[in-house]
Design a protein around this ligand. Structure first.
Ligand code: CDP
Length: 809
């Protein structure tokens, strides 16, 4: 940081504020192995807990024998549901209004389910103890297919029926069947069906958005430490929402909330996997209370993949109607949502299928109807937003595939079909048929820029030639052009619409300016690699005129940070970023009064300029923010309290709606199914850009996770409920080897309601990327009669598509 700057340009540069590609301040420690993750927490006398897990997907537990395990050297305790029951902790509430077994209570519902918790002096002794626990199971019929689950006489959850066997009501209304969780509807059924029935053209498709997993590099874990002398519980953990976890722990343990301190230290990726509450947290807390010692629980990779929150698993059936010219008139979507053994989705309370009701996408569709049926099966619980905002990934995949299917039916170019149906710039704010009010957008400009940059017409000509060459036997490679245009919905949310377990989804920032003109700001969010310490300091630098390098950003400690709902669904910038700007403005308002006093003029006679307040019309008379900060601590100013602090709790008036236009050019070898991504162009519009370099990093990461999901990543089960992809040998995690060079681009359409016009960005590339990669694969086969094939498009499935289309001769 330079102190001797004079020109206005230098002063702006010195701040490293909004719009600057400031280097990430976090990276110094991350790249030198100095991060502080949960597994780095080591406390005196700390014990280690680990789970006995079920090998079966559905079985009754006849007996659990723990005596031999207690004889294993180093093993101190073995907890079962019977031990937790007197405490009322053998089941726990889920974020979706359901309840979930903490430890198997009479039966198990998925492979890997937690059956007993072994507490030992170290991880090795715990592993030996697990081996010595004997569990007698009686296998039951397994249901891994949600359609079969809805037709079966087998009742998976005995707590979902009354004594006569009739299904009881669930958290979201009546159940149609004991294995049915909820039906959720949005839009107008009658009018939509009428429009579709009368339409000139109707395209129909059923698509499966397969089950996958966020697979953060760091698995889930915690350290619970109960200080029995002071009655205070400290819980370190991989929590994406530390305050919410504190409240949940208080509610289910009975400990008073002020006696619970939750700390999320560095987190190695979350992507939705670390939002919910897991049995490991409850068992560690109980074990620490029982033993009086700190207890650590850290998943291994298989635990994480097989048992913690999965993503997607949506069967989506769509009908889309249009005129012969391609103007869309109606959309109907029915989803069968597989939630596994417990509904442990992490969605705002009123939205049991998240924001799936944004499935009209970026298009001006006059009438639409969505219905979602949630179903229990013998799979792991969850249903989290894997790098997306509450099921928007599913919604965007659905509409972007339906557009392609409609284009085939109309024999139209899919880019042109999108163009004639986009919501027009002058229609914003735009209320969609399923209820959302989109804040701002300029889709045509973004689309035209994208298509021009990639020379779309040239690509189509090249593709047509390739088809000719293929038919003439000159090549065995087809060319696919993947298109997607997405609108995200991020920044949950207005408290009136969005809560989790009754906690309104606002967020917060508290700022303290130190006498020498540096500052600390604490937020209710928690970075998991997004670079908040870098970018939130930039927002503040521009708002309060102190260099970003002089501002510490702190998150994740409930004893110090103001209450917030955490980081997921790209909500940090739209909500906590707004709180940061608003708190900064409070600081600036007080600074203005101090400056006016020091300059002996009226408050209205000074104005803010970069890093100072200047007397209007007399630029040589000013007080810098540094001088003002010092004055706030060392001068008695009439009518003004000492110090310079502010806090803001921000309830956003609306979500923000970032959007983007993506194009993927792919070659496919029909004989091997191998894909070669030649080009990937991603244009993102996230409103005002805080840090272009961080945005680019977010886009690269999101696209890579999109590539993974579209081209291979899957949690697959066999008919017995065995997880077939429970290790990184089978679960596809792309490396630099598989990832293409991404071209990034942008337009800027600020959010009209966000204090700095910013929208979220972290999840956009994933949301838009998955349909783009998938559409590229499908488009390669369009000339040969393909309409739709399900993801993941791994080499085998692509080969199979080619084979079924008769391309192997
Ligand atoms: O909630 P989460 O942090 O995952 O997502 P986000 O709000 O989209 O922010 C991801 C990162 O991108 C943060 O460091 C943001 O400050 C940054 N960002 C930005 O520089 N400009 C934007 N308009 C949006 C996000």
């Amino acid at each position: 940081m330079k102190d001797d700057v004079t020109s206005r340009e230098e002063r702006i540069e010195n701040l490293k504020g909004m719009g600057c590609s400031r280097k990430r301040v976090e990276d110094a420690r991350f790249t030198q192995g100095k991060g502080n993750y949960v597994d780095d927490v080591k406390l005196d006398g700390m014990l280690f807990g680990d789970f006995v897990r079920s090998p079966y997907a559905h079985a009754r537990i006849k007996n659990i024998e723990t005596a031999a395990a207690l004889e294993v050297p180093g093993v101190l305790a073995v907890l079962t549901a019977a031990d937790l029951e007197p405490l009322g902790l053998h089941w726990m509430p889920t974020l979706a209004g359901d309840k979930q077994m903490v430890l198997a209570d009479g039966k198990v519902l998925f492979q890997g389910q937690e059956v007993a918790f072994v507490v030992a002096e170290d991880r090795y002794a715990a592993a030996d103890g697990i081996e010595a626990v004997e569990v007698e199971y009686e296998e039951l019929e397994v249901l891994v297919d949600p359609f079969k689950a809805l037709a079966s006489d087998v009742v998976l959850r005995e707590d979902t029926v009354d004594e006569t066997g009739k299904p009881t009501d669930g958290a979201h209304g009546p159940r149609k069947h004991p294995n049915h969780i909820f039906t959720w509807e949005a839009g107008d059924k009658g009018p939509t069906f009428e429009v579709i029935d009368a339409a000139e053209v109707v395209a129909e498709e059923t698509m499966y958005y397969h089950r996958t997993h966020p697979c953060p590099l760091e698995t889930c874990g915690c350290v619970a430490s109960m200080d029995k002398v002071n009655g205070k519980l400290t819980l370190w953990g991989t929590f994406q929402a530390p305050h919410a976890i504190r409240t949940i722990v208080s509610l289910i343990s009975g400990l008073e909330e002020h006696n619970i301190r939750v700390i999320s230290p560095d987190i190695g990726g979350g992507f939705g996997n670390k939002v919910g509450a897991y049995p490991g947290y409850v068992c560690s807390v109980v074990a620490s209370i029982v033993t009086g010692k700190p207890v650590k629980w850290i998943e291994d990779r298989m635990d994480n993949l097989m048992t913690t929150a999965f993503a997607r698993d949506y069967w989506m059936k769509g009908r889309i109607s249009a005129t012969k010219e391609g103007k869309i008139t109606g959309l109907h979507c029915h989803v069968t949502a597989d939630h596994g053994g417990f509904d442990a989705c992490a969605d705002p309370t009123k939205f049991p299928a998240g924001f799936m009701n944004i499935c009209t996408g970026s298009y001006d569709i006059p009438t639409a109807f969505l219905e979602v049926d949630g179903v229990y099966t013998n799979k792991a619980p969850g249903g989290v937003s894997y790098r997306c905002s509450f099921r928007v990934t599913e919604a965007v995949y659905f509409i972007e595939r339906m557009i392609e299917v409609l284009a085939i039916k109309l024999n139209m170019d899919a880019a042109e079909l999108r163009r004639i149906n986009f919501i027009r710039k002058e229609q914003f704010p735009y209320t969609a048929a399923l209820g959302w009010e989109y804040d701002s957008g300029d889709y045509h400009t973004a689309w035209d820029k994208a298509l021009k940059t990639v020379d779309y017409d040239g690509l189509r000509a090249e593709q047509a030639q390739r088809v000719e060459d293929f038919k003439a036997g000159k090549t065995r490679k087809l060319m696919g052009i993947g298109l997607s245009f997405f609108t995200e919905i991020v920044g949950a949310g207005p408290v009136k619409n969005c809560d989790i377990l009754g906690l309104g989804m606002f967020d917060s920032c508290e700022i303290r300016i130190h006498p020498t003109g540096s500052a600390i700001a604490r937020l209710g969010t928690i970075s998991q690699g997004q670079g908040h310490a870098t970018t939130f300091a930039q927002i503040l630098a521009s708002e309060i005129g102190l260099p970003a390098d002089s501002i510490t950003i702190e998150e994740g400690d409930t004893d110090t940070a103001p209450y917030g709902l955490g980081t997921y669904g790209s909500r940090s910038t739209p909500v906590a970023g707004a709180a940061t700007a608003m708190a900064g403005r409070k600081i600036r308002a007080k600074a203005q009064m101090i400056a006016a006093y020091l300059l002996e003029v009226h408050d209205d006679d000074v104005e803010f300029d970069v890093d100072r307040f200047v007397v209007k019309g007399a630029p040589e008379r000013f007080k810098t923010m540094k001088e003002i900060a010092f004055a706030s601590y060392n001068q008695a100013i009439p009518g003004i309290e000492p110090g310079l602090e502010a806090v803001s709790y921000y309830d956003p008036p609306n979500m923000t709606y970032p959007f983007g236009a993506y194009v993927c050019v792919m070659d496919i070898d029909v004989d091997t199914g191998v894909t070669d991504i030649r080009r990937f162009y991603a244009l993102d519009d996230c409103g005002t850009r805080i840090n272009p370099m961080v945005i680019e990093g977010q886009v690269h990461g999101g696209l890579t996770e999109a590539l993974a999901v579209a081209l291979g990543q899957e949690i697959a089960y066999d008919d017995m409920g065995n997880v077939k992809t429970g290790t990184l040998m089978d679960f596809f995690l792309p490396t630099a080897w598989e990832v293409p060079n991404y071209e990034t681009d942008f337009t800027v359409t600020p959010s009209p309601h966000h204090p700095i016009g910013a929208k979220g960005v972290g999840e956009s590339p994933h949301v838009g990327g998955v349909p783009c990669f998938s559409n590229a694969v499908q488009d390669a086969f369009r000339a040969f009669g393909n309409t739709h094939t399900n993801m993941p498009h791994d080499h085998w499935r692509i080969w199979k598509t080619a084979n079924e289309l008769g391309l192997h001769g």
